[in-house]
Design a protein around this ligand. Structure first.
Ligand SMILES: Cc1cc2nc3c(=O)[nH]c(=O)nc-3n(C[C@H](O)[C@H](O)[C@H](O)COP(=O)(O)OP(=O)(O)OC[C@H]3O[C@@H](n4cnc5c(N)ncnc54)[C@H](O)[C@@H]3O)c2cc1C
Length: 389
């Protein structure tokens, strides 16, 4: 269900206030403490933000494509970590919405929508990152249950999650066609949380190891048919890549804003540093870079709004590639503009620079985006047919 413009504007008004009044003042502390901001997650729940990914009949107001992206962009200007804490819900919940049995949907979706329980998405493994079909976690049918064994890595919100969307092989000989998906609540015997990674950025977003030691899961918690797990994982990817773009754009805008304000204030050689052409050029490049990134992001959204297509997927990959590279460049330039202060924790630009690096890596590394784009170019016409002035 698409959310109407008036409701979207109302939601964004509340999100802007949350970002300004509660998230921004906490961003540095969340980074320093590396602690998941559970209270702020609760605030997001009270605003109904998790319901954006959940259909009305299960307690949500979605699923809607555009509103969560705008929410994510807004939050990421205040704290990239918190924007990810919230928006990760989309990756985890979409396979349940698309493939869950009625029983699974009724059990999990209303509490996810309200923020009462936190979901996580568990695909990556030590041996299966870019090559997701190489995962070795096994799910073996046993009567009315599946028994899951294996180890997942890099699960965002993994250690704080109450329920995980887990991908496991039901037929190890069948490559990606042998992957099935399951919704697995914490608390089942044999399901343990391992280590959280100590990351350079996005600190406060737990990135966790999850261990499954013969975890018995009811067959009713399988998502889609046997062997449809990879298709479900891929079905979340276009949205996930656009979400990554929203994060990247929000981070770039925040870094750029800091850099411009500093360059107008800071004086060297008798004038504000923004009046030195060498530095103004840096900012001019950054502004143009952000505008170009936003343009491709908008175009990718428009295409996906019209429905799934190879063109929309190509644009989602291009948007992720362009905006994450752009955010890394802009954040690095912002640090440069602040000189020594750019490296100081007194200013947010060093944190943003550490945070945005991840966007070139998750939801498919940028090398994988190029593979996707290249593969689509080989199969289809160039996706520029509808270019109009
Ligand atoms: C902060 C963070 C959060 C994450 N959250 C989640 C999550 O919630 N759930 C989840 O399941 N996963 C998550 N991930 C995992 C993420 O999706 C993987 O890290 C990513 O897919 C890359 O896998 P890898 O780290 O194993 O790198 P590898 O696949 O080992 O890649 C290493 C390098 O080789 C390159 N490479 C690999 N194959 C090719 C190729 N064919 N051609 C060219 N270059 C290639 C890659 O681009 C990369 O530069 C997260 C990761 C991070 C950093």
């Amino acid at each position: 269900m698409a959310i109407d413009p008036a409701t979207r504007a109302e939601i964004l008004k509340h999100v802007e206030r949350l970002a300004r009044e509660k998230v921004a003042p906490r961003a540095a502390e969340i980074d320093r403490s590396n602690a998941f901001p559970r209270d702020l997650y609760g605030e997001a729940g009270r605003l109904g933000l998790f319901g954006l990914w959940v259909p009305e009949e299960y307690g949500g107001i979605g699923p809607d494509l555009v509103t969560p992206l705008l929410v994510c962009e807004c939050l990421s200007r205040a704290s990239l970590t918190f924007a990810l804490n919230v928006s990760n819900c989309g990756d985890a919940v979409t396979p349940i919405v698309l493939g869950g049995t009625e029983a699974a949907k009724r059990k999990f979706l209303p509490d996810i929508a309200s923020g009462a329980i936190i979901p996580a998405f568990a695909l990556s493994e030590p041996g299966g990152g870019s090559d997701a079909a190489a995962i070795t976690t096994r799910a073996v049918r046993d009567g009315d249950d599946y028994v899951i064994s294996g180890r997942k890595m890099w699960c965002t919100n993994g250690s704080v999650a109450d329920v995980c969307t887990v991908f496991a092989k039901t037929d190890p000989q069948a490559g990606h066609k042998g992957v099935s998906a399951f919704v697995v609540p914490k608390g089942l015997r044999g399901f343990e949380v391992g280590q959280d990674e100590e990351l350079m950025g996005l600190r406060g977003s737990p990135t966790s190891e999850l261990i499954f030691d013969e975890v018995r899961v009811p067959a009713a918690y399988r998502l889609g048919g046997e062997g449809e797990g990879f298709k479900l994982a891929m079905a979340t990817l276009d949205e996930a890549r656009l979400n990554c773009s929203a994060l990247a754009i929000g981070g770039a805008i925040a870094a750029f804003g800091q850099a411009v304000a500093y360059a107008k204030e800071r004086r060297q050689f008798g004038k504000p540093i923004i009046e030195h052409q060498g530095l103004a050029f840096l900012l001019a490049e950054a502004a143009s870079d952000i505008a170009a990134g936003r343009a491709i992001f908008r175009e990718a959204i428009e295409l996906l709004e019209r429905g799934r297509s190879h063109e929309a997927s190509t644009y989602a990959a291009m948007s992720k590639l362009v905006t994450s590279d752009m955010a890394m460049r802009v954040a690095t330039q912002a640090v440069q503009v602040l000189g020594g202060n750019g490296l100081s924790r007194k200013y947010p630009v060093e944190r943003i620079m550490r945070d945005v690096k991840a966007f070139q890596i998750f939801d498919g590394t940028n090398e994988i985006q190029k593979m996707v784009i290249g593969r689509n170019l080989a199969k289809w016409d160039l996706p520029f047919d509808e270019f109009k002035l």
